[in-house]
Design a protein around this ligand. Structure first.
Ligand code: EPZ
Length: 431
C-alpha cells in the first residue's frame, strides 16, 4: 500500500502542463464502440479511471493499446454486450457505456452502478431518455437488461436537470440512429463539446453542444478518426489552488482558462493576480488571501462542484470567515472530517460549509474520494510539518503523478510504501 508524504510550508513556484481531461476521455472511450474500426485518442492521461474504461472495452471485444499519452481502440470485432458487476463498480461512470453498447449490439446488460463516495448516483435520467429513443429496460435484482430490437430512433428529450452523464449517454446512443434527436436542458460542460467534436470528426452530425439544446441527426455509420482531448479544467484548478494556499506562483501550460472562468473569478476575489498569455495562465497568490462570503457550486458555467473541495482548504488559509454551498452532490463535504485533523475550523450545516481561516498543522489522514482526497493534499502543502495522506488510490483515479507534479512546482510531496499498520500520530491539535 502507498501513501503520500507532504512536507508543508513550501511555496509553489514553477510551470506545469495541464493533463488531458478525465471527464472528456471517459465518454469518448465509450463512443469508440460506435466505430467499427480504429480510433486514436491523444492527450489521454494514464489514470485509474482510464484503465477501468479500457478494461470494459477489452471485455466487450476491443483491442486497446495504451502508450502513455495516446490510446488506440480497435472496435472492429465487438462481440459482447455485458459489463460485469466488478467492472461496473470499479468506476461509477461505467454507465456512460450503456448507450454505446446498445447502439452497437442492439442490447446491453449492466448492473446499476450504485452510489459512490459522493452519495447516491441515480441513472433515472439516462434510462428515461434512452427509453424515449426506443430502448426497452427491464430490471431484475439490480441488473438492467436493455434492448432496442428495432434500433434506436430520434426523440425530443427534455432533461429536468442538466445531467452531464445523461447528456453524453444520449449523444452517443443516437449518433448512429434513424431520425433526429433534440436534447433540451442539456449539460453545457466543455467535455460535452469535446465529445461532440470527437463524434463529428468520425462522421456524426451533432450541433449545439455546449448550449442547453443539442441536436443529433442520426447517421448510418461512423468512421475511424483521431482526436486530442481538451485539458482538464479541474486539474488546472488544483494547481492554481496549490499556488494560492502556499502563497506561491504557478504558470499553467495548455491552460484553456475559458473553461473555468468561474473558478478564476474566485481566486481574484481572494486577491490573487492572474495573467494570461495565449495558452498560458499564471497565478500569483496574495498573502493573506481574502475570504469569500458566498461561494455556491452550480452546473456549468457556474462554479464546478468538482472544484468545491479544492477551494475549502484554500479558504482555511484565507482571512476571516468564508462560506461555500454545494448544490450537486449530497456527500461532497465528506472529506471535511479528515480536513479537521489539520486543525481546520469548518462547520457543516446541511450543504453549506463555513470556514474560519487559521494556520494548519501536519496530520495523518485518509482520502475519502477523488476531489476530497486532493483537498487533503492541498491542506498538507500549507500545514507546518510532515503529513501522511493514505488511501491515495482515490486520487490516482483522476490525477497522473500528483506527487511528481507538485514537486515540480517546488513542493515536497513523495509517494511512499506503508504497511497497513502505519500509524503516524496525528499532530496534537491545540484547541
Ligand atoms: C459528471 O458526473 C462528472 N463525471 C463528475 O465528475 C461531475 O462532478 C458531474 O458530472 C457534475 O459536473 C464524469 O464526467 C465522469 P450528473 P455525472 O449526471 O455525469 C443527479 C469527478 O470528480 N442525477 O451531472 O454523474 C445526480 O445524482 C466526477 O471527476 C440524477 O438525479 O453527473 C447529481 O446530483 C465526480 N439522475 C446530479 O444529477 C441521473 O440520471 C449531477 O449528476 C443522473 C444524475
Amino acid at each position: 500500500m502507498t501513501a503520500f508524504t507532504v512536507d508543508g510550508g513550501r511555496r509553489t513556484d514553477g510551470t506545469i502542463r495541464v493533463q488531458g481531461a478525465k471527464n472528456s476521455v471517459l465518454p469518448i472511450l465509450a463512443a469508440t464502440l460506435l466505430i467499427h474500426n480504429k480510433s486514436v485518442i491523444h492527450n489521454c492521461p494514464p489514470l485509474g479511471d482510464v484503465d477501468a474504461a479500457l478494461k470494459i472495452l477489452v471485455k466487450l471485444g476491443c483491442v486497446c493499446v495504451n502508450d502513455h499519452q495516446s490510446v488506440i481502440v480497435d472496435a472492429t470485432d465487438v462481440a459482447n454486450y455485458e459489463i460485469p458487476k466488478t467492472l461496473m463498480h470499479e468506476m461509477r461512470s461505467s454507465v456512460l457505456f450503456l448507450g454505446a453498447i446498445i447502439s452497437r449490439m442492439g442490447r446491453a446488460v449492466i448492473t446499476s452502478p450504485g452510489g459512490c463516495e459522493l452519495g447516491p448516483r441515480p441513472i433515472d435520467l439516462h434510462l428515461s431518455s434512452l427509453k424515449q429513443c426506443g430502448v426497452n429496460v427491464r430490471e431484475e435484482e439490480g441488473t438492467l437488461f436493455c434492448s432496442a430490437p428495432n434500433g434506436l430512433h430520434g426523440a425530443t428529450i427534455k432533461l429536468p436537470f442538466p445531467s452531464v452523464g445523461a447528456t453524453e449517454n444520449i449523444m452517443i446512443a443516437v449518433a448512429v440512429s434513424k431520425g433526429t434527436t433534440v436534447i433540451y436542458g442539456a449539460a453545457k460542460e466543455p467535455e460535452i463539446s469535446d465529445l461532440a467534436d470527437f463524434l463529428n470528426a468520425a462522421g456524426a452530425k451533432i450541433s449545439g453542444a455546449g448550449s442547453d439544446t443539442v441536436i443529433i441527426e442520426g447517421v448510418k455509420s461512423l468512421h475511424s478518426t483521431e482526436h486530442k482531448v481538451i485539458p482538464d479544467r479541474i486539474v488546472a484548478a488544483t494547481y492554481l489552488s496549490a499556488a494560492a494556499i502556499t502563497g506561491g506562483r504557478v504558470c499553467l501550460k495548455e491552460a484553456r482558462p475559458e473553461y473555468y472562468l468561474s473558478v478564476l473569478k474566485v481566486f481574484e476575489q481572494m486577491g490573487c493576480t492572474l495573467t494570461g498569455k495565449g495558452q498560458e495562465l499564471t497565478l500569483c497568490a496574495r498573502e493573506p488571501l481574502r475570504g469569500v462570503s458566498t461561494l455556491v457550486t452550480r452546473a456549468y458555467p457556474g462554479f464546478p462542484t468538482d472544484a468545491g473541495p479544492l477551494l475549502v482548504p484554500v479558504l482555511c488559509r484565507a482571512e476571516g470567515e468564508s462560506r461555500i454551498t454545494e448544490t450537486i452532490f449530497e456527500n461532497r463535504f465528506r472529506f471535511v472530517e479528515q480536513l479537521r485533523y489539520f486543525g481546520a475550523d469548518i462547520n457543516i450545516n446541511g450543504r453549506t460549509a463555513t470556514v474560519i481561516g487559521r494556520p494548519l498543522l501536519a496530520a495523518t489522514v485518509d482520502c475519502t474520494d477523488l476531489r476530497g482526497g486532493t483537498a487533503l493534499v492541498l491542506a498538507a502543502l500549507a500545514a507546518s510539518g510532515r503529513s501522511f495522506i493514505r488511501e491515495v488510490h482515490h486520487i490516482k483515479r483522476g490525477y497522473y503523478d500528483l506527487p511528481g507534479c507538485l514537486s515540480a512546482l517546488g513542493c515536497e510531496v513523495k509517494e511512499v510504501e506503508i504497511d497497513g499498520s502505519h500509524t503516524a500520530e496525528k499532530e496534537e491539535i491545540t484547541p
